[in-house]
Design a protein around this ligand. Structure first.
Ligand code: NAP
Length: 348
């Protein structure tokens, strides 16, 4: 297993993060014994980075993770969770108010049986709460020792930068990471969010890195998913997210590259993500030890540049404007530097 610093922080995490959204999910997830076995296999292979949320399985994912961690060396692990989604029917049981953040973190700690989390993430943006209130509450969680670092998920690039600038202004805590949908099929974050995180010194930890199983090749030959499969059971969200001709053809290329390299499609899809140094770790989901073992094979496997380029070009992403404008105007405008200065921003 290789490790990477999470953004510009001093925190080292395994470059495969274990996602626990399957834990306790009755439709497409796994029970306590499978969850414990997955955590054991992950830690035995050198994994130290585990992600959950108060949302997952209505809190049962955190409870199952907590039970799986009993007897483990807690301080050797980096445990991440999140708040934002409703946790009840009352008006304040959601969002990013100071009140909800404090209650949510305490409830998560109780469910996991822990006295701190390493990374506390806001699961999405709250347009109704001033960002200064949220960033101050997150900073206070760090001061009280409940939380070591803070991160975000599903924010726009401008919201990420605004939150960090607010943190600076109030002497708070900047986000060290962002958690967004990113895989070979859905590369939307390359337009604005990855460059914003890179600029802010934040690590990207990508959710659904296997497109929830599509990139393992298991759905090949199907024009629509088997109703009993995870994609079939989540068809309302996944059909529009993933099931188009170009994406299904891209999966064929992933399988071809994997066969040529003697690797699994899972490992190739994860290694493609890790080939971008703006990415810290894919957050892989699993509902069996066999699945996590397959993904852990990408813990120290790097794709050669030619193989990576072939996959990137299999379904090119149109970055659109202002990238097109930059391509036409930039080279003729900035021609004088002999050496790229170290403070140069990396644009998309
Ligand atoms: N921040 C957010 O908004 C957000 C949103 C979603 C997820 N997440 C995080 O990201 C994590 C991963 O999300 P995800 O579950 O969608 O990720 P994923 O890694 O893209 O997909 C995992 C699924 O793929 C299938 N799979 C995995 N390995 C396989 C293998 N070797 N062979 C065949 N099938 C395999 C399994 O589903 P089947 O066996 O059922 O086919 C598994 O549940 C979550 O646990 C959570 O921590 C965050």
């Amino acid at each position: 297993m290789k490790y990477r610093y999470l953004g510009r922080s001093g925190l080292l995490v395994s470059r495969i993060c274990l996602g626990t959204m399957t834990f306790g999910n009755k439709e497409w997830g796994c029970d306590q014994s499978a969850s414990t076995a997955i955590v054991d296999a992950f830690i035995d292979a050198g994994g130290n980075f585990i992600d959950t949320a108060d949302l997952y399985s209505g809190g049962v994912s955190e409870e199952m993770l907590g039970r799986a961690l009993v007897g483990k060396k807690r301080d050797d692990l980096v445990i991440a969770t999140k708040c934002w989604f409703p946790t009840g029917d009352t008006p304040n049981a959601r969002g990013l108010s100071r009140k909800h953040i404090f209650e949510a973190v305490d409830a998560s700690l109780k469910r996991m049986g822990l006295d701190y989390v390493d990374l506390y993430q806001i699961h999405g943006p709250d347009p109704y709460t001033p960002i200064a209130e949220t960033m101050k509450a997150l900073a206070d969680l760090v001061r009280t020792g409940r939380v070591r670092y803070v991160g975000c998920s599903n924010l726009y690039g401008w919201q990420i930068v605004q939150a960090n600038m607010t943190a600076d202004a109030i002497g708070g805590e900047r986000f060290i990471s962002a958690q967004h949908l990113y895989n070979l099929v859905r590369r939307d974050i390359e337009r604005e969010i990855l460059p914003a995180c890179d600029d802010q010194g934040m690590g990207m930890i990508c959710w659904s890195p296997l497109a929830s199983g599509l990139l393992t090749g298991k759905y090949r030959g199907q024009s629509e998913p088997d109703p009993q499969s995870r994609h079939g059971k989540n068809a309302k969200a996944y059909l529009s997210r993933y099931w188009w001709d170009e994406a299904l053809k891209l999966v064929d290329t992933v399988v071809e590259v994997a066969d040529e390299l003697g690797k699994s499609p899972t490992q190739v899809a994860l290694a493609w993500l890790l080939g971008d140094d703006r990415v810290t770790a894919p957050i892989v989901g699993a509902r069996s030890v066999d699945q996590i073992t397959d993904s852990l094979g990408a813990g120290d496997f790097d794709l050669a540049p030619e193989a990576r380029d072939r996959l990137t070009e299999a379904m090119p992403l149109q970055l659109g404007y202002p990238k097109e404008w930059m391509e036409g105007t930039f080279p003729g405008t900035f021609t004088h530097a002999e050496v790229e200065p170290r403070h140069a921003q990396r644009l998309p």
